[in-house]
Design a protein around this ligand. Structure first.
Ligand code: N01
Length: 510
């Protein structure tokens, strides 16, 4: 077992953890480490390798502002290209030298005596420990797959594949397949499988609203222009951003203004499906925007295929050979694809982080509801900043924009801690509560509250704790500077200024 002490430990090497590492390097901070259980950078864009995996935010906006990519091959990027982009950016900034892959953090606990986070992690089957003066939680909300709790699922004798843990060796050709779920992942998987499987049953609990996806490949001349015409890519990015912010206004303040979007979705159904009964079955019964608005041109035509059935009767149980629905129908299958989303408000990661009072994030959030200050700091968890924490999610535009806002806040936090010699920084309960009261106030007329749907944006109390309401530039303004007045702080004494114990952690070149 090895022990180390670092100034900052970042858990997660996806878009947010990598962005944090780059910003720290640019700030001249060297004493940090990124810990990730995977084998390279990318997080959710490394792990989601299901067929058809792609982004539904246009390529020019779904990238770091400090690493624009003029070479995007399509107007919407697919997973392999985003994964390559993320790793290329990591290479360019030399982040690998700060990163431990194949490393799973199993426990992180605040130590009030040393003013440090005590971390336990496993690497190559061995246990290690580390202490860190600051902890950055960059695991993202979409990292822990949610397996549905359906009677009999453990007894199924065939294969079960979760969308986020795809079995790339499994050959779907000619198979009888069941797909559970009709969210953002399922609508990308189902059209790909529909072309190769023998038969597919798609189990829909709630029909989603889906607009057409105006994806196309870029011409060589366009890529040339993105690279050589000054300001062109930034202008396109700005145009996409501005359009999306208008949608945010509708979702937050005037859901009725989204009627034209609903009309687009209805036209998409009409165009994609001939059978009137099937059209009715796929038409949602909630306001557009209440759940994520999806984008697809081939979802409806796939449901209309002869080898595909949409099943709307609820799932009663799973048997060793298939699925039984509430109406008593038995459908035998070889493989079940579960595209049932992620543990967002109940992530097992929350159990592993223990704050100053000896309680885990899960215990605190179970009792008080999921909440943080500016989506980042949680009262009672000193010196810990979450990236894409509570109230930062979006239903309409690029999460990378929110991540970059939080990175500004992180860098200014580290600057402040260094300049003032702070050993302990804990957001005050009153500042955190006031922030969340404002968020809930902004949400009250929004489509997520009034739209008549259940969604993963809600915690177990039914409150929308995942989303940022309104304009993202408001969040950018609120996170420009670290506002120390919102925090209870303690200055370092001699015991806090102890030198690092053993320098860089195991596996990182000195
Ligand atoms: O998961 P979801 P996802 N029995 O939670 C159903 C991002 N993403 O992986 O709606 C039967 O949206 C559930 O039904 P219902 C994006 O932010 C982005 O698809 O709850 N069904 C729903 O249909 C997205 O929002 C991209 O009634 C069950 C589905 O499973 C997020 O990831 C691409 C069930 C889950 O949908 C999650 O998307 C892909 C049960 N027991 C994903 N449990 C981009 O393009 C759940 N369901 C950027």
């Amino acid at each position: 077992m090895t022990t180390h002490d670092v100034e900052i430990a970042i858990i997660g090497a996806g878009f947010s953890g990598l962005g944090a590492a780059i910003k720290l390097i640019q700030e001249g901070v060297d004493d940090f480490v990124v810990l990730d259980r995977g084998r390279d950078f990318g997080g959710t864009w490394r792990d989601n390798v299901y067929p058809g995996a792609a982004c539904d935010v246009p390529s020019h906006l779904y990238s770091y502002s400090f690493a624009l990519n003029p070479q995007w091959s399509r107007s919407y990027s697919h997973q392999p290209e985003i994964h390559r982009y993320i790793n290329a950016v990591a290479d360019e900034h030399g982040v690998a030298g700060h990163t431990l892959f194949g490393t799973e953090v199993t426990h992180a606990e605040w130590d009030e005596d040393t003013h440090r986070w005590n971390l336990r992690y496993t690497r190559d089957g061995e246990q290690h420990t580390m202490t860190a003066r600051n902890l950055v939680g960059a695991v993202g909300p979409l990292c822990e797959p949610n397996l549905p709790d359906i009677d009999g699922i453990d007894e199924f004798g065939g294969t079960i594949v979760h969308s986020a843990r795809w079995d790339t060796d499994y050959d779907f050709a000619g198979k009888r397949v069941a797909v559970i779920g009709t969210g953002a992942s399922a609508i990308q998987i189902v059209p790909q499988l529909g072309r190769v499987v023998g038969h597919m049953d798609v189990y829909q609990r709630t029909a989603p609203w889906i607009i057409p996806r105006n994806e196309r490949p870029y011409l060589g001349v366009e890529n040339w222009a993105f690279k050589h015409v000054p300001g062109l890519q930034a202008a396109i990015r700005g145009g996409i951003y501005t359009f999306n912010e208008a949608v945010a206004a509708g979702m937050t303040y005037a859901p009725k203004a989204l009627k034209p979007v609903e009309a687009l979705c209805r036209a998409n159904i009409f165009r994609g499906i001939r059978d009137p009964e099937l059209r009715k079955a796929v038409t949602p019964a909630f306001a557009v925007g209440c759940k994520r608005i999806l984008k697809s041109n081939d979802w409806y035509p796939t449901l209309d295929r002869d080898n595909v059935d949409l099943v709307t009767s609820g799932i009663d149980r799973i048997t060793p050979t298939g699925i039984v629905t509430a109406d008593g129908t038995v459908r035998d299958v070889d493989v079940i694809v579960v595209a049932t989303g992620f543990h967002v408000t109940d992530s097992p990661v929350f159990d592993t982080i223990v704050g100053a009072a000896g309680e885990s994030l899960a215990q605190v959030w179970d009792r008080e509801g999921m909440a943080a200050y500016k989506g980042a700091f949680v009262h009672g968890f000193p010196n810990m900043m979450l990236l894409i924490g509570p109230s930062t999610g979006l239903g309409h535009t690029s999460m990378v924009y929110m991540i970059e806002s939080q990175l500004n806040y992180l860098v200014d936090y580290i600057r402040t801690v260094r300049d003032r010699g702070l050993a302990r920084v804990d957001v005050s309960k009153s500042a955190q509560d006031a922030f969340n009261t404002d968020v809930q106030h902004s949400l009250r007329r929004s489509v997520w509250v009034t739209g008549g749907c259940a969604s993963w944006y809600q915690d177990h109390n039914g409150n929308i704790t995942v989303l940022w309401p309104g304009f993202t530039f408001v969040f950018r303004n609120q996170t420009r500077r670290f506002d120390i007045a919102a925090y209870d702080v303690a200055v370092a004494d001699e015991s806090d200024t102890t030198e690092s114990v053993t320098g860089k952690p195991v596996g990182i070149d000195a």
